[in-house]
Design a protein around this ligand. Structure first.
Ligand code: 5GP
Ligand code: MG
Ligand code: MG
Length: 191
C-alpha cells in the first residue's frame, strides 16, 4: 500500500480517470461561461449535496478562469438511501439560503440516473422565479434519456453500473477518490 491509496484495492475498474475529469470540467466551464456571458448578476451555482461537492469546487474554479462571476448555494435532497437503489421519494434536507428571484441558476449535479431528483428540483427552482435554470451534470446514465429532464451540459455518458468516487459514495464512503470507478463485488458482500 506504500504507493497506493487504501481504496485502490476495493476498485474493480476505473470508468473515468482523474485527468479525463479535469479536461472535461475545463470544457464544460468554457461552454457555460460563453452561454452566460450576458447573464445579469452573474451565475448562481446551486450544488446538490453531497455527491456534487467535488464537481462544484472544481467547476466553480474553472468558471473563474472565464467569467461571469459566480455565487454558490447548496441544497441537499434525498432520493437514494444507504444502498444502491432509488427510493423514488425526493425530500428537501437542506433548502436554499436565499431568494433566487431573477437569478440565472446553474444546477451542479453529480450524476443523472433516473432523472427523478433533477426533474423535481428543476420544477422547484422554476417555481422560485429564477430568470433561467440550466443543469450541468458531470455524469449521465442510459436510463436518464427516458425522462424529460433537459440537461443542457453533460460531461460523460457512462454505463448503467453503480459507480463511486469524485463525490459519489457507497454508504457514505469512497467520495474522496479522484476518479470514478466500480467497486469489487466483495465490497458489497462485506457491508
Ligand atoms: P436519480 O434521481 O437521477 O436517479 O439520481 C439521484 C442521485 O442518486 C444522484 O444525484 C446521485 O447522487 C445518486 N446516484 C445515481 N446513480 C449513482 C451511482 O451510480 N453511484 C452513486 N454513488 N450514486 C448514484
Ligand atoms: Mg446528485
Ligand atoms: Mg449517495
Amino acid at each position: 500500500m506504500a504507493d497506493g491509496s487504501w481504496y485502490d484495492a476495493d476498485i474493480d475498474h476505473v470508468i473515468i480517470s482523474e485527468e479525463q475529469i479535469r479536461e472535461k470540467i475545463a470544457e464544460l466551464a468554457k461552454q457555460v461561461s460563453a452561454d452566460h456571458a450576458d447573464a445579469e448578476g452573474g451565475i448562481l451555482l446551486v450544488c446538490v449535496l453531497k455527491g456534487a461537492v467535488m464537481f462544484m469546487a472544481d467547476f466553480a474554479r474553472a468558471l473563474g478562469n472565464h467569467g461571469p462571476s459566480t455565487e454558490m448555494e447548496f441544497m441537499a435532497v434525498s432520493s437514494y438511501g444507504q444502498g444502491t437503489t432509488t427510493s423514488g421519494v425526493v425530500r428537501i434536507l437542506k433548502d436554499l439560503d436565499r431568494d433566487i428571484t431573477g437569478r440565472h441558476v446553474v444546477v451542479v449535479e453529480d450524476i443523472v440516473d433516473s432523472g427523478l431528483t433533477l426533474s423535481w428540483l428543476m420544477k422547484y427552482l422554476q417555481s422560485r422565479s429564477a430568470a433561467s435554470v440550466e443543469v450541468v451534470a458531470l455524469f449521465r446514465k442510459p436510463d436518464a434519456v427516458k425522462v424529460q429532464v433537459p440537461v443542457k451540459y453533460v460531461g460523460f455518458d457512462i454505463p448503467n453500473e453503480f459507480v463511486v468516487g469524485y463525490g459519489l459514495d457507497f454508504a457514505e464512503r469512497y467520495r474522496e477518490l479522484p476518479y470514478v470507478g466500480v467497486l469489487k463485488p466483495e465490497v458489497y458482500a462485506r457491508s
